[in-house]
Design a protein around this ligand. Structure first.
Ligand code: IMP
Length: 424
């Protein structure tokens, strides 16, 4: 039995979908534990490409039971759109999909609030995905949120929506000077989606506790990344949930001592989408080449991602935060035609050398990266399936990273397809 958390070690988009899909074959359960449809997990198999936003990435490799945990914020309309796509490949979802009755619901007003708040922040905008994530978590912690269980009782749902809108409409009118929202219209908008997802709503905490008792294997699929964590990331340029290891327990109900593996995923370089500090960001030809080779456009919003060299100080911070005892290196092939490859091994902060990742975003903004250069390998790694067959310069690069952060790579991904993977 294993209970493995899969966590992005950077600012998201590390390739978690591919790795979860790969490991799902051996897992009875795959559980999303935080975030919502801001995530975009891309899977490529049998000449198909599918991007999942809410449904766990275990849907297509084997017969894992896919659980949307209590820590996720679920947009019923987005979920139904995704279900349609998924059911083209896997029509029967009986015993395949379970949604926590305690997960919170993203309603259309959360998406409106996300947009008007971003607009009012002006140049301080976070660059959110506009999916209503922050406002939905605000409703949750303010204890006015609507949970999936409320969708099962129209009377309760309507009462809660009307009460919430009474407050929200005051802000719309007087703070944001935006049109007021109508409860009746909103209910009409979401009712068809509710009818479709109702059968999947259940007590997933009990389901997972029973699975633990039966020694079943569980994968906990994180969304976003460690540096976007609301507590440990580059606040306030973060998401509103906890992608890090602790979030996996609160967002699923699985106790910490049940976790057997913590698997971090990092790209062979770095990207970030949205605003906020990014010490090793490149605005030169190398940055453009990373973006081009890596097709670095957001899977959810289509926005171009900012690119830079791998930041080992930030990666070591993520290793410490999550207690990674396994690592996956993704997109190694993106570096295949670089004559020189660099990694950030330290920073200068206001002229002084430091080797830790500062917690204060203003300080992170002022960091000047210190790089170590490696000769590139200038050959394709795409078809390589054995670790030792990698070009010597790629091996030197990988071994330097492992030594710096103190954890080894058990998986190296050299392309987007399931088959383009080295298992070590
Ligand atoms: P939000 O999660 O939509 O509130 O956005 C907050 C920040 O997290 C923004 O910088 C987004 O670009 C970033 N973000 C949210 N979800 C993802 C993701 O799945 N990948 C990468 N960045 C993300």
């Amino acid at each position: 039995m294993s209970v493995r958390i899969i966590i992005g070690a950077q600012w998201g988009d590390e390739g978690k979908g591919k790795i979860v899909d790969l490991l799902a074959k051996e897992s009875r359960y795959v559980v999303r534990y935080q975030g919502g449809a801001n995530a975009g997990h891309t899977l490529k198999f049998d000449d198909k490409t599918i991007v999942l936003h809410l449904i766990p990435s275990g849907m297509f490799n084997g017969d894992s039971r896919c659980v949307i945990g209590n820590g996720v914020v679920v947009d019923p309309i987005a979920l139904v759109e995704e279900l349609k796509e998924v059911q083209e490949i896997t029509p029967n979802l009986d015993n395949r999909l379970f949604i926590s009755s305690s997960a919170h619901v993203i309603l259309p007003y959360h998406k409106v609030l996300d947009m008007v708040k971003e607009k009012s922040r002006g140049s301080d905008a976070i660059g959110t995905t506009g999916r209503g994530i922050g406002p939905a978590y605000v409703s949750k912690v303010s204890r006015v949120g609507i949970r999936m269980e409320d969708l099962l009782n129209e009377e309760i749902l309507e009462d809660k929506i009307r009460k919430n809108l009474a407050d929200i409409n005051k802000a719309m009118e007087h703070v944001y000077t935006e049109p007021k929202l109508s409860a009746a219209k909103l209910l009409d908008e979401i009712r068809p989606a509710i009818e479709i997802i109702k059968p999947y709503i259940c007590n997933t905490s009990e389901l997972l506790h029973d699975a633990l008792e039966d020694d079943q294997s569980i994968l906990l699929e994180g969304a976003q990344g460690s540096l976007l964590d609301v507590d440990h990331g580059t606040y306030p340029y973060v998401t509103s949930s906890s992608p890090t290891a602790g979030g996996a327990c609160t967002g699923s109900g699985i106790p910490p001592l049940a976790i057997t593996h913590s698997l971090g995923i990092t790209k062979a370089y770095c990207t970030r989408v949205g605003n906020g500090p990014f010490p090793s960001e490149l605005d030169d030809e190398a940055g453009k080449k990373l973006a081009k080779n890596g097709h670095e456009f957001g899977a959810t919003t289509g926005r171009p991602r900012r690119c830079g060299w791998l930041d080992l100080v930030a990666l070591r911070y993520a290793v410490r935060l999550n207690g990674f005892n396994e690592l996956a290196l993704t997109k190694l092939d993106v570096l295949d035609d670089f004559e020189t490859v660099k990694v950030c091994t330290g920073y200068k902060l206001d002229g002084k050398e430091i080797s830790y990742f500062p917690l204060n975003s203003n300080e992170v903004e002022r960091l000047e990266p210190i790089y170590r250069s490696f000769d590139g390998w200038m050959s394709s790694t795409r078809d390589i399936r054995n670790f030792d067959d990698l070009p010597q310069n790629a091996l030197d690069y990988i071994r330097f990273i492992e030594e710096y952060i103190g954890v080894g790579f058990t998986i190296v991904s050299t392309g987007p397809k399931r088959t383009e993977t080295i298992l070590r």
